[in-house]
Ligand binder design. Structure first.
Ligand SMILES: [Zn+2]
Length: 330
Protein backbone atom coordinates (compact mmCIF):
# COMPACT_ATOMS: atom_id res chain seq x y z
CA UNK A 1 0.00 0.00 0.00
CA UNK A 2 1.34 3.41 -0.92
CA UNK A 3 0.17 6.93 -0.35
CA UNK A 4 -1.63 8.72 -3.14
CA UNK A 5 0.96 9.67 -5.73
CA UNK A 6 2.70 12.79 -4.56
CA UNK A 7 6.19 14.19 -5.07
CA UNK A 8 8.85 14.13 -2.36
CA UNK A 9 9.25 17.89 -2.74
CA UNK A 10 5.82 19.55 -3.01
CA UNK A 11 5.48 21.73 -6.12
CA UNK A 12 4.91 24.88 -4.02
CA UNK A 13 8.43 24.60 -2.56
CA UNK A 14 10.08 24.52 -5.99
CA UNK A 15 10.97 28.03 -7.17
CA UNK A 16 10.31 29.18 -10.72
CA UNK A 17 13.17 29.73 -13.16
CA UNK A 18 13.94 33.41 -12.88
CA UNK A 19 15.88 36.19 -11.24
CA UNK A 20 15.35 39.38 -9.29
CA UNK A 21 17.31 42.43 -8.20
CA UNK A 22 18.41 42.92 -4.61
CA UNK A 23 19.57 46.41 -3.65
CA UNK A 24 22.08 46.70 -0.82
CA UNK A 25 23.47 50.15 0.03
CA UNK A 26 22.07 51.50 -3.25
CA UNK A 27 24.02 48.92 -5.28
CA UNK A 28 21.99 46.52 -7.42
CA UNK A 29 22.79 42.81 -7.38
CA UNK A 30 21.19 40.29 -9.67
CA UNK A 31 19.96 37.18 -7.82
CA UNK A 32 19.09 34.10 -9.86
CA UNK A 33 17.09 31.09 -8.68
CA UNK A 34 19.14 27.91 -8.89
CA UNK A 35 18.98 24.40 -7.49
CA UNK A 36 21.17 21.89 -5.76
CA UNK A 37 19.53 18.60 -4.92
CA UNK A 38 20.17 15.08 -3.84
CA UNK A 39 17.79 12.23 -3.02
CA UNK A 40 18.40 9.16 -0.94
CA UNK A 41 16.65 6.05 0.28
CA UNK A 42 16.45 5.28 3.96
CA UNK A 43 16.09 1.77 5.33
CA UNK A 44 13.97 1.13 8.40
CA UNK A 45 16.37 -1.75 9.08
CA UNK A 46 15.42 -3.98 12.00
CA UNK A 47 12.39 -1.77 12.65
CA UNK A 48 10.91 -2.79 9.27
CA UNK A 49 8.40 -5.30 10.76
CA UNK A 50 7.02 -2.54 13.02
CA UNK A 51 6.52 -0.09 10.14
CA UNK A 52 5.23 -2.80 7.79
CA UNK A 53 2.73 -3.75 10.49
CA UNK A 54 1.45 -0.16 10.55
CA UNK A 55 1.34 0.14 6.78
CA UNK A 56 -0.03 -3.20 5.62
CA UNK A 57 -1.80 -4.93 8.50
CA UNK A 58 -2.87 -2.09 10.81
CA UNK A 59 -1.09 -3.87 13.65
CA UNK A 60 1.26 -2.51 16.27
CA UNK A 61 4.21 -4.59 17.32
CA UNK A 62 6.38 -4.55 20.38
CA UNK A 63 9.30 -6.77 21.32
CA UNK A 64 9.11 -9.12 24.28
CA UNK A 65 12.05 -10.40 26.25
CA UNK A 66 11.48 -14.13 26.91
CA UNK A 67 13.49 -13.89 30.15
CA UNK A 68 12.13 -10.85 32.01
CA UNK A 69 8.89 -10.61 30.03
CA UNK A 70 9.26 -6.87 29.41
CA UNK A 71 7.41 -5.70 26.29
CA UNK A 72 8.93 -2.66 24.61
CA UNK A 73 6.81 -0.72 22.13
CA UNK A 74 8.06 0.42 19.69
CA UNK A 75 10.33 -2.66 19.39
CA UNK A 76 13.54 -0.66 19.36
CA UNK A 77 15.72 -3.46 20.73
CA UNK A 78 16.36 -6.90 19.27
CA UNK A 79 18.14 -8.03 22.45
CA UNK A 80 17.26 -7.26 26.08
CA UNK A 81 20.05 -5.31 27.83
CA UNK A 82 18.66 -6.35 31.24
CA UNK A 83 18.97 -10.07 30.52
CA UNK A 84 22.45 -10.56 29.07
CA UNK A 85 21.17 -9.58 25.65
CA UNK A 86 18.65 -12.37 25.31
CA UNK A 87 17.05 -12.11 21.85
CA UNK A 88 13.58 -10.52 22.01
CA UNK A 89 10.59 -11.69 20.02
CA UNK A 90 8.04 -9.64 18.12
CA UNK A 91 4.58 -9.53 19.74
CA UNK A 92 1.45 -7.66 18.81
CA UNK A 93 0.25 -5.12 21.40
CA UNK A 94 -3.17 -3.54 21.92
CA UNK A 95 -4.53 -0.44 20.20
CA UNK A 96 -5.90 1.21 23.32
CA UNK A 97 -3.58 2.81 25.85
CA UNK A 98 -3.03 5.39 28.53
CA UNK A 99 -1.19 8.70 28.31
CA UNK A 100 2.02 8.39 30.32
CA UNK A 101 2.30 12.18 30.56
CA UNK A 102 0.35 15.28 29.61
CA UNK A 103 1.20 15.99 25.97
CA UNK A 104 2.80 19.31 25.04
CA UNK A 105 0.91 20.84 22.09
CA UNK A 106 2.66 22.17 19.01
CA UNK A 107 0.65 25.02 17.48
CA UNK A 108 3.36 26.64 15.37
CA UNK A 109 5.14 23.85 13.53
CA UNK A 110 7.98 24.13 11.02
CA UNK A 111 7.22 23.47 7.37
CA UNK A 112 7.82 19.72 7.74
CA UNK A 113 5.05 19.32 10.32
CA UNK A 114 2.81 22.21 9.31
CA UNK A 115 0.12 19.96 7.85
CA UNK A 116 -0.26 18.13 11.18
CA UNK A 117 -0.51 21.15 13.51
CA UNK A 118 -1.86 21.68 16.06
CA UNK A 119 -0.92 18.31 17.48
CA UNK A 120 -0.17 16.94 20.92
CA UNK A 121 3.13 15.10 21.32
CA UNK A 122 1.92 12.09 23.21
CA UNK A 123 3.63 9.24 25.02
CA UNK A 124 1.23 6.35 25.15
CA UNK A 125 1.56 3.03 26.96
CA UNK A 126 -0.53 0.59 24.92
CA UNK A 127 -2.25 -2.47 26.43
CA UNK A 128 0.26 -5.27 26.62
CA UNK A 129 3.27 -2.93 26.47
CA UNK A 130 5.51 -1.71 29.27
CA UNK A 131 7.11 1.29 27.55
CA UNK A 132 5.62 4.38 25.94
CA UNK A 133 5.16 4.94 22.23
CA UNK A 134 5.68 8.48 20.91
CA UNK A 135 2.63 9.31 18.87
CA UNK A 136 0.67 12.43 17.97
CA UNK A 137 -2.64 12.97 19.74
CA UNK A 138 -5.73 14.79 18.45
CA UNK A 139 -9.30 15.43 19.46
CA UNK A 140 -12.50 15.20 17.42
CA UNK A 141 -14.14 17.87 19.60
CA UNK A 142 -12.68 20.87 17.77
CA UNK A 143 -9.45 22.70 18.41
CA UNK A 144 -6.86 20.83 20.46
CA UNK A 145 -6.66 23.04 23.54
CA UNK A 146 -4.70 22.32 26.73
CA UNK A 147 -6.59 20.12 29.19
CA UNK A 148 -8.46 17.90 26.73
CA UNK A 149 -5.84 15.15 26.84
CA UNK A 150 -3.89 14.68 30.04
CA UNK A 151 -1.67 12.23 31.84
CA UNK A 152 -3.83 9.15 32.45
CA UNK A 153 -6.31 9.86 29.62
CA UNK A 154 -7.35 6.64 27.88
CA UNK A 155 -6.68 6.87 24.15
CA UNK A 156 -7.23 4.80 21.04
CA UNK A 157 -4.88 4.34 18.09
CA UNK A 158 -6.33 5.52 14.76
CA UNK A 159 -4.78 4.55 11.41
CA UNK A 160 -4.65 7.05 8.56
CA UNK A 161 -6.31 5.86 5.38
CA UNK A 162 -3.18 6.66 3.36
CA UNK A 163 -0.21 4.97 4.96
CA UNK A 164 3.40 4.73 3.87
CA UNK A 165 5.11 3.05 6.83
CA UNK A 166 5.88 6.03 9.05
CA UNK A 167 4.97 6.69 12.68
CA UNK A 168 2.69 9.46 11.35
CA UNK A 169 0.54 6.67 9.84
CA UNK A 170 -1.07 6.49 13.27
CA UNK A 171 -2.29 8.94 15.89
CA UNK A 172 -4.44 8.74 19.02
CA UNK A 173 -7.74 10.27 20.12
CA UNK A 174 -9.41 9.98 23.53
CA UNK A 175 -11.46 6.80 23.96
CA UNK A 176 -14.25 8.95 25.47
CA UNK A 177 -14.85 10.50 22.03
CA UNK A 178 -15.54 7.14 20.36
CA UNK A 179 -18.32 4.56 20.44
CA UNK A 180 -17.75 1.21 22.17
CA UNK A 181 -17.63 -0.53 18.78
CA UNK A 182 -14.99 1.89 17.53
CA UNK A 183 -12.86 1.37 20.63
CA UNK A 184 -13.11 -2.41 20.21
CA UNK A 185 -12.30 -2.36 16.49
CA UNK A 186 -8.71 -3.16 15.59
CA UNK A 187 -7.23 -1.08 12.81
CA UNK A 188 -9.78 1.71 13.12
CA UNK A 189 -9.35 4.14 10.23
CA UNK A 190 -9.44 7.92 10.37
CA UNK A 191 -12.26 7.91 7.82
CA UNK A 192 -14.31 5.73 10.15
CA UNK A 193 -14.50 8.29 12.92
CA UNK A 194 -16.68 11.38 12.98
CA UNK A 195 -14.65 14.57 12.66
CA UNK A 196 -17.77 16.73 12.40
CA UNK A 197 -19.11 16.02 15.87
CA UNK A 198 -17.41 18.92 17.59
CA UNK A 199 -19.41 20.15 20.56
CA UNK A 200 -19.92 23.86 20.24
CA UNK A 201 -19.64 25.99 23.37
CA UNK A 202 -23.05 27.44 24.20
CA UNK A 203 -23.53 31.17 24.40
CA UNK A 204 -25.86 32.90 26.83
CA UNK A 205 -28.55 35.27 25.64
CA UNK A 206 -27.06 38.74 25.39
CA UNK A 207 -27.98 41.39 27.92
CA UNK A 208 -28.77 44.91 26.69
CA UNK A 209 -25.20 45.97 27.46
CA UNK A 210 -23.83 42.94 25.59
CA UNK A 211 -25.99 43.73 22.59
CA UNK A 212 -24.50 47.20 22.52
CA UNK A 213 -21.00 45.73 22.81
CA UNK A 214 -21.78 43.41 19.90
CA UNK A 215 -22.93 46.27 17.69
CA UNK A 216 -19.80 48.22 18.51
CA UNK A 217 -17.48 45.25 17.88
CA UNK A 218 -19.25 44.32 14.64
CA UNK A 219 -18.82 47.87 13.36
CA UNK A 220 -15.09 47.67 14.06
CA UNK A 221 -14.74 44.18 12.55
CA UNK A 222 -16.52 45.36 9.39
CA UNK A 223 -14.16 48.34 9.11
CA UNK A 224 -11.04 46.18 9.64
CA UNK A 225 -12.16 43.58 7.10
CA UNK A 226 -12.83 46.31 4.55
CA UNK A 227 -9.34 47.66 5.21
CA UNK A 228 -7.84 44.17 4.84
CA UNK A 229 -9.55 43.81 1.51
CA UNK A 230 -8.06 47.11 0.36
CA UNK A 231 -4.55 46.22 1.48
CA UNK A 232 -2.50 44.45 -1.16
CA UNK A 233 -0.18 42.91 1.39
CA UNK A 234 -3.08 41.45 3.38
CA UNK A 235 -4.76 40.12 0.24
CA UNK A 236 -1.58 38.23 -0.58
CA UNK A 237 -1.83 36.39 2.76
CA UNK A 238 -5.00 34.60 1.59
CA UNK A 239 -4.13 33.97 -2.04
CA UNK A 240 -5.33 30.51 -3.05
CA UNK A 241 -7.29 30.15 0.21
CA UNK A 242 -11.08 29.68 0.35
CA UNK A 243 -13.05 29.42 3.56
CA UNK A 244 -16.61 30.21 4.63
CA UNK A 245 -16.49 30.83 8.36
CA UNK A 246 -19.53 31.17 10.61
CA UNK A 247 -18.73 33.41 13.55
CA UNK A 248 -20.90 33.11 16.65
CA UNK A 249 -20.57 35.45 19.57
CA UNK A 250 -22.66 36.83 22.43
CA UNK A 251 -25.08 39.22 20.77
CA UNK A 252 -25.16 37.79 17.27
CA UNK A 253 -23.53 35.91 14.45
CA UNK A 254 -22.14 36.66 11.02
CA UNK A 255 -20.01 35.11 8.29
CA UNK A 256 -16.46 35.83 7.20
CA UNK A 257 -15.83 34.78 3.63
CA UNK A 258 -12.27 34.22 2.43
CA UNK A 259 -12.06 33.74 -1.31
CA UNK A 260 -8.64 33.66 -2.97
CA UNK A 261 -7.35 37.09 -1.98
CA UNK A 262 -10.75 38.55 -1.10
CA UNK A 263 -12.14 38.81 2.40
CA UNK A 264 -15.64 40.00 3.23
CA UNK A 265 -18.18 39.99 6.04
CA UNK A 266 -21.80 39.04 5.56
CA UNK A 267 -24.49 39.29 8.23
CA UNK A 268 -26.02 35.93 7.52
CA UNK A 269 -26.15 32.31 8.58
CA UNK A 270 -24.25 30.00 6.25
CA UNK A 271 -25.87 26.70 5.35
CA UNK A 272 -22.55 24.88 5.00
CA UNK A 273 -19.68 26.73 6.67
CA UNK A 274 -16.19 25.22 6.41
CA UNK A 275 -15.85 25.74 10.13
CA UNK A 276 -17.41 27.58 13.05
CA UNK A 277 -15.75 30.09 15.31
CA UNK A 278 -17.23 30.83 18.73
CA UNK A 279 -16.05 33.76 20.84
CA UNK A 280 -17.85 34.51 24.08
CA UNK A 281 -16.93 38.16 23.67
CA UNK A 282 -17.10 39.78 20.22
CA UNK A 283 -14.25 42.03 21.36
CA UNK A 284 -11.89 39.03 21.26
CA UNK A 285 -12.18 38.84 17.49
CA UNK A 286 -12.30 42.62 17.00
CA UNK A 287 -9.05 42.96 18.97
CA UNK A 288 -7.33 40.18 17.03
CA UNK A 289 -8.30 41.49 13.60
CA UNK A 290 -7.25 45.00 14.61
CA UNK A 291 -3.80 43.68 15.64
CA UNK A 292 -4.33 44.15 19.37
CA UNK A 293 -3.09 40.70 20.36
CA UNK A 294 -3.05 37.57 18.24
CA UNK A 295 -6.16 35.53 17.44
CA UNK A 296 -4.04 32.38 17.65
CA UNK A 297 -3.31 33.30 21.29
CA UNK A 298 -7.05 33.63 21.94
CA UNK A 299 -7.52 30.11 20.57
CA UNK A 300 -4.75 28.70 22.74
CA UNK A 301 -6.10 30.58 25.78
CA UNK A 302 -9.60 29.23 25.03
CA UNK A 303 -11.21 32.65 24.55
CA UNK A 304 -12.03 31.61 21.01
CA UNK A 305 -13.13 28.14 19.92
CA UNK A 306 -13.00 26.68 16.42
CA UNK A 307 -14.83 23.56 15.29
CA UNK A 308 -11.98 21.97 13.34
CA UNK A 309 -8.48 21.49 14.64
CA UNK A 310 -6.79 21.84 11.26
CA UNK A 311 -8.40 25.26 10.70
CA UNK A 312 -5.81 26.72 13.04
CA UNK A 313 -4.04 27.45 9.73
CA UNK A 314 -6.88 29.81 8.76
CA UNK A 315 -6.65 31.54 12.14
CA UNK A 316 -2.93 31.93 11.55
CA UNK A 317 -3.67 33.55 8.17
CA UNK A 318 -6.09 36.03 9.78
CA UNK A 319 -3.32 37.01 12.21
CA UNK A 320 -0.98 37.58 9.29
CA UNK A 321 -3.55 39.77 7.57
CA UNK A 322 -3.91 41.85 10.73
CA UNK A 323 -0.14 42.28 10.83
CA UNK A 324 0.02 43.11 7.12
CA UNK A 325 -2.56 45.89 7.56
CA UNK A 326 -0.67 47.24 10.58
CA UNK A 327 2.63 47.24 8.66
CA UNK A 328 1.22 48.85 5.53
CA UNK A 329 -0.03 51.76 7.65
CA UNK A 330 3.53 52.66 8.64
ZN1 LIG B 1 14.79 -9.06 29.60
Amino acid sequence: MAKKKEKLIPAEYIPDVGSHVLTIDKVKYLIANDAMYTFYQRSKGELSPFFLGLRDDKKIFGCKCPKCGLVRCPPFLTHCPDCDFAPTELVEVGQVGVMLSTPPITYFANSLFLKMAPYGRGRVVLEGADTALSVNVYTTTGILAPGIIKKGTKVKVIFRDDRSGEISDIFCVPVSELTKAQVAKKGLLSSQINWEAAVEPTLKKATAAEQEAYKKALKEIKAVIKLMNETERARKDILGWKRDIQVKTTGGEFAIIINNGDISLAEKKLTKPDFIMVARSPKTLADGLAYRGAITDSVIMKRLWISKNMEFTTIFKLDRMARSVARSKK
